[in-house]
Ligand binder design. Structure first.
Ligand code: ZN
Length: 165
């Protein structure tokens, strides 16, 4: 049995830390969770930018935009408002280390994927947008990222021991 790498107490079996230091380490948001926090911040920023640009488009060109395009713009605006609100809510759970966080983070990932798939299909169907690398790639990237993060939030020990309140 070794010695704790942070103090000189006896370390736990299979650990670099003693009981108190390990508890403290796990409580901090570390490792992959920094990346997850960055994802939440990006989600908030990207929805703010999207809401802003579609509002400007609607206000400046309201008369010129045809009905179908207008309907899709309103759908996007509505979806971004929901995603923005839910991202803010999830961030508050994240930084308060709430037990509900893993489920909300997963729900947010699923909502993003659902929105992106629906938006792509609508644009393809009604605005004649082709399925091309530039249009499909962001959707695939989101699906892949959800495929990594969902299992992470379900099985990670760090997640279980961080979001305990
Ligand atoms: Zn220690």
């Amino acid at each position: 049995m070794g010695v704790c790498i942070q103090c000189d107490k006896e370390a736990l079996k299979d650990s670099d830390y003693c009981a108190q230091c390990e508890e403290r380490e796990f409580k901090k948001i570390r490792g992959w969770l920094y990346v997850a926090a960055f994802g939440l911040i990006m989600s908030i920023l990207s929805t703010i930018l999207s809401i802003n640009s579609s509002l400007r488009l609607l206000m400046e060109y309201y008369a010129q935009i045809d009905g179908t395009r207008k309907a899709i713009l309103f759908f996007e605006l509505f979806a971004w408002l929901i995603l923005f609100g839910f991202s803010l809510f999830t961030s508050s759970l994240f930084f308060r280390k709430k037990r509900l966080l893993p489920r909300c983070y997963i729900a947010l990932l699923v909502m993003w994927v659902a929105f992106m798939v629906i938006d792509l299909l609508l644009a393809h169907q009604y605005l004649a947008m082709p399925f091309a690398y530039e249009t499909v790639q962001p959707v695939i990237r989101n699906i892949l990222s959800a495929c990594i993060w969902i299992p992470y939030f379900l099985v990670s020990v760090r997640v279980k021991r961080t979001f305990v309140r």
